[in-house]
Write a protein that binds this ligand. Structure first.
Ligand code: ZN
Length: 325
């Protein structure tokens, strides 16, 4: 007989002063995997907060086995101020993990979050984010660059399997050199994979600064599908509304513009393109076409920027390029 799911409200251990009260909801239903859901490390990405609340609402009737840790906001002051950064120092909390207890306020905060998470011994972490209002939802597979080759292969295969379970587009991270240069190994998911050797996914769903019900549902169901994959739920969640585009894709910046102007996409998010296909145009305010932006290789449109007025060398969006495997 399965255990009854029980809820306990906790807080991040060791958080003091203005960081006091970073909440952790603990749902437990006896032995089984421990999965951590984190959201809102970027304060203006609020779909994940609402999805965390929806998961909390669902667990009493859904969790059959194991433990679900829900961290609805890792950056509550960023949430209140609707800013991406951690307001204390204006820096990106999601490039500082595993943090530094002797460091500045934001690094110290990262360290407190990190030690709280590891003390609860998660088998898997899912970190919820939002990209753009012009995007399709996707799951990111990190590069296990700091692991030895055999461990790396095993970890990346596990991440691929978990990412597929979300039912979202699966996007492999930038190539390893860029991955490290962009400090993505120090994002929460990247550090979990590379420093703690705990599988972790980043999900990017919906627009920033809004709580759009369809995106909340998409994020919630993506998490539920992973929990079902881990055999933790009473019943399978709903199938995805749309099957994700198949194939192996690698995250890449769209080709930079050479000139300033308004970038107008030729293709919607989710569209596939061939090498040399027109992705969009850069136009002056008077309408004259300054530039036609073409793809360099085959891929899929992931998102277009919410800052479509590009300066020269501006990046119009994010693509998934065909991964050569
Ligand atoms: Zn984010």
């Amino acid at each position: 007989m399965d255990a009854v799911a029980r809820r306990r409200l906790d807080a991040i251990q060791g958080a003091a002063g203005r960081d006091a009260g970073l909440p952790v909801v603990v749902w437990s239903a006896g032995p089984g995997p421990t999965v951590a859901i984190t959201a809102n490390v970027h304060g203006d990405e609020v779909v994940g907060v609402a999805a965390a609340h929806a998961l909390d609402d669902a667990m009493s009737s859904t969790l059959r086995r194991g433990t679900l840790l829900i961290y609805p906001s890792l950056n509550p002051r960023g949430l209140q101020q609707m800013v991406r950064v951690h307001p204390e120092e204006g820096t990106d909390l999601n490039r500082l993990f595993p943090g530094d207890r002797q460091g500045g306020g934001t690094a110290r905060c990262a360290a407190l979050i990190w030690s709280d998470l590891l003390a609860r011994r998660p088998d898997l972490l899912i970190d919820l984010h939002s990209d753009s209002s012009v995007s399709i939802p996707y799951a990111i597979v990190d590069r296990a660059t700091s692991l030895r080759p055999d461990a790396r292969t095993e970890m990346e295969a596990r991440l691929e399997e978990l990412a597929r379970a979300t039912g979202l587009l699966v996007l492999h991270e930038y190539p390893p050199e860029e991955y490290v240069r962009f400090r993505l190994d120090r994002s929460l998911a990247g550090a979990m994979v590379n420093h703690a050797r705990v599988p972790a996914l980043t999900l990017e769903v919906g627009a920033r600064r809004t709580v759009d019900p369809a995106s909340v549902r998409t994020a919630t169901h993506a998490v539920l599908r992973v929990l079902h994959h881990a055999d933790m739920l009473v019943a399978p969640p709903a199938e995805p509304d749309l099957a994700p585009p198949s194939g192996a894709w690698r995250r890449a910046a769209a080709p930079r513009s050479q000139t300033a102007g308004l970038f107008t996409p030729a293709l919607p998010p989710g569209a596939r393109f061939a090498a040399g296909q027109v992705l969009g145009t850069v136009r002056a305010v008077d309408g004259s076409v300054r530039e036609v932006v073409r793809s360099e290789s085959r891929g899929i449109v992931v998102s277009w920027s919410e800052s479509p007025w590009l300066e020269a060398r501006g990046v119009p969006g994010t693509l998934g390029l065909e991964e050569q495997t």
